[in-house]
Design a protein around this ligand. Sequence first.
Ligand code: NAP
Ligand code: ZN
Ligand code: ZN
Length: 346
Amino acid sequence: MKTKGYAALSAKTELVPFEFDRRSLRPRDVALDIYYAGICHSDIHQAREEWGPSTFPMVPGHEIVGKVIEIGSQVSKFKVGELIGVGVFVDSCRNCSSCLAGLEQYCLEGMTGTYNALERDGKTVAYGGYCDKFVIDEDYAVHVPQNLELAGVAPLMCAGITLYSPLKNWNTGPGKKVGVMGLGGLGHMGVKFAHALGAETTVFSHSPAKESDAKKMGADHFVVVKDSKDLKSLSKSFDLILNTVSADIDLDAYLQCLKLDGTLVVIGLPGKPYSINAGTLLDQRRSLAGSMIGGIAQLQEMLNFCETHNIVSDVEVIKPDYINKAYERTVASDVKYRFVIDTKSF
Ligand code: NAP
Ligand code: ZN
Ligand code: ZN
């Protein structure tokens, strides 16, 4: 299937127009016209090889929504004409304990990434969503609610689920104090979900100008953090802190803001290790955890939650020729709050 998109050809060059072929449909495959694809900071980390060597040419994009245009002979989950979403992975082993538990993102053999990966045949390059068409096994795609603004749904496929999953896992609800570090693509979804789940929600940001937006999204408090001293007065006060910051920061100062048995969940993935004082963990029996996206069942659950609570991402819709500029602005924390490519215009 002829596909038009944008690709990074190397870590040091800008993304450029790129045409390639997608596979013909297998019995359980679904083909879709992509309508919108979000730009996740993970796309930038990988296109620039900030996580180690990448595979080029790379068509990034793992926040994909569109409409089904064709189905394989054994497809039962989707019909032609339905809205469909694709997230961060397109396959997994299907047999390990994680896959069987619906936690495909933690597949013991490794999930198959939507891009910058090889498919499970070990040779076909997986190309992502910055393009006009996609082909996916029906088990790894989800139904998209009809009532939501579609451009704002695309970022739910990564940014949304990545914050929804830990909030559910650590039992967020009324009476809980939740902090969200970084008000970018992931962070702003964390604020919307924490608020909708009934938690008292605080944003930690290094961008003072984002305060009024944060409050509109449901934040109860907004703390400008220029220096770890700015966190001193919040010592021992949070149940849960979600770190979505894409850059290297002093995590220890945030850990000190956790109360007894509180947890700080690492979600942001800068290339370098963090430094933690053992004493900070021992005091108040604090936990440091990590969390990666969410499984297919939870992705669908989150979309249904968004349908009920009318939640979408705040987006700036762009044309493909703005992708490189959007990367620069995202790295500069100048995104409100997710760039989404109008892929119909490829
Ligand atoms: P983003 O839109 O660029 O947001 C990151 C935010 O971090 C910025 O808006 C900014 O918020 C803050 N920040 C950036 N540089 C900073 C600095 N030098 N000091 C302090 N704060 C800074 O990125 P994103 O798409 O939300 O992704 C965030 C991170 O999560 C990335 O590393 C990405 O790879 C990772 N990620 C992880 C998963 C997972 O499954 N765990 C999934 C997707 C993405 P303020 O302006 O409010 O300070
Ligand atoms: Zn992502
Ligand atoms: Zn598996």
